[in-house]
Design a protein around this ligand. Structure first.
Ligand code: MN
Length: 469
């Protein structure tokens, strides 16, 4: 017996039509019109939208003292069926071994969402370069390096980034970069701190837009010289976005994402007379309002290809975060549960993006970037039956009372939500209904990523061969 979802308006990244979806053995078996009901469990989706479960390609489960995979059902309840976490490199351990350890300790048998991993460099040992050719066979297609966080294991200098790029591009590995100039941040932080500034708004003053613009530009130079497909994570400024656009117009394989909170929230959330703004301390910082419409336009026009949550929910929530003062407030904002609600309510319903574009940035392009497509991110025969049935008539308000993220606040508290994920299926299993978890926890599956993802779609090796002969 299969599951037959009838008469929904099925939305893909390119079209929509009223039709039926037949699910059998965790997969989509057939998509069509007037499919036979005989022998199947029928779910009537008349008047509802039906689209692929979300793929959140940028979440943090575990490091930074954040809640781990035990809260991944928050994503599922919100309509995101696959999350891609950054597996931090453990001290003295390689990228692949670190991923295995991280998976064993934090994800396996615990995650409710299906999941995959990016590697994250936290060590400058050359041995990591030798591992890059082995990544693909170990289910890894992405390596992240951070230009910020000087003086911590997270920081990678330009030399390491460049050398990583030179090797990665020969193996279909996408280099992901956090672009902020770490030297600028350290100096500004010190100057502000020495003057006695302790409030959350100083987080923003110490890492203004130019810090990101500069690093993004530099990252593009490095990518061009190494001739390596590159993905810039959490683009938050008009300047950085323009650098990426200009690079693409010159034919470079440089792509970027932004995150929900940079589209919705602005710098004023940090600017409170007390520590309340600590809730919104994240890196890069929330930006002054004019950047937001520029980012929406970039999302609409495919200058940015995905919107992730950059979910990082600090253990203990605001109660724990509020014990710190600038510059030591732990960064990170929860958001994997509300990504769909916010993109739909603020994007689709406000006419900033089409429904097709919504599906593309929410599920399809993220899956392609990571190397999970076409298993994830689309509704088509053979794909995993990760399906959202969306009731567009629902009206409500985002509130922490509905949150499964483990913290004591919601990043989007008080925002209107238009529509709700009426049913969320993960590989054909009903997991959530109208904001409530109804499925079992801990059955999320590890999905291995494949190399040569979206960033390689127009890539031709040229420059390196010219320079290094
Ligand atoms: Mn992040």
């Amino acid at each position: 017996m299969g599951l037959l979802i009838k008469n929904g308006t099925i939305i893909s990244a390119v079209d929509e039509f009223v039709g039926d979806i037949l699910v059998e053995n965790e997969k989509i078996k057939e998509v069509g019109v007037n499919l036979s009901e005989e022998g199947h469990e029928v779910v009537d989706a008349t008047g509802k939208f039906v689209f692929p479960g979300g793929v959140d390609e940028h979440v943090h489960m575990g490091p930074f003292n954040s809640y781990s995979f035990e809260t991944s059902h928050a994503a599922v309840v919100g309509g995101t069926t696959t999350i891609v976490d950054f597996a931090p490199q453990f001290e003295g351990m390689g990228l692949i071994e670190s991923k295995d350890k991280h998976n064993k300790e934090r994800a396996e048998g615990i995650s409710t969402a299906d999941y995959s991993f990016h590697t994250m460099v936290m060590d400058t040992d050359d041995k990591l370069l030798e591992e890059i050719p082995l990544m693909a066979e170990n289910g890894l297609a992405t390596v992240k390096l951070l230009m910020a966080y000087n003086g911590t294991p997270y920081h990678a200098n330009d030399e390491l980034i460049f050398r990583t790029m030179q090797i990665a591009r020969d193996h279909g590995i996408t280099v992901m970069l956090h672009c902020e100039n770490g030297d600028m941040i350290v100096e500004l932080e010190n100057q502000l701190f020495e003057k006695g500034n302790k409030l959350p708004i100083n987080w923003s003053y110490s890492r203004p837009a130019l810090v990101e613009d500069e690093a993004t530009r530099r990252a593009i130079y490095l990518a061009e010289l190494a001739d390596c497909p590159t993905f810039i994570v959490h683009v938050t400024t008009e300047g950085a976005m323009n650098h990426i656009k200009e690079a693409q117009e010159r034919g470079l394989s440089v792509y970027g994402e932004t995150c929900t909170h940079y589209l919705i929230l602005d710098e004023s959330y940090l600017n409170t007379p007390d520590i309340e703004g600590a809730k919104y301390v994240c890196a890069p910082a929330l930006r002054p309002k004019p950047h937001q419409e520029a980012l929406w336009k970039a999302v609409r026009d495919n200058d940015l290809i995905a919107v992730s949550s950059d979910h990082a929910a600090y253990r203990g929530g605001f109660a724990a975060k509020s014990l710190f003062e600038f510059p030591n407030i732990p960064p990170g904002a929860p958001g994997m549960q509300d990504r769909l609600a916010m993109l739909w309510s603020q994007g689709v319903e406000k006419g900033r993006i089409s429904r097709q574009r919504f599906v593309e940035i929410f599920a399809t392009s993220p899956a392609k970037m990571v190397g999970l497509y076409p298993q994830k991110g689309l509704i088509s025969p053979g794909a995993d039956a990760d399906i959202v049935i969306y009731d567009p008539e629902y009206r409500g308000i985002i509130t922490h009372a509905d949150s499964y993220e483990g913290t004591d606040y919601s990043t989007y508290e008080g925002f209107e939500r238009i529509g709700i994920a009426e049913k969320v299926y993960l590989r054909g299993k009903l997991m959530a209904e109208r904001g409530k978890l109804v499925g079992d926890k801990g059955n999320g599956r590890y999905i291995k990523a494949k190399p040569y993802g979206l960033t390689y779609q127009n890539f031709k090796k040229e420059v390196k061969d010219k320079v290094l002969q």
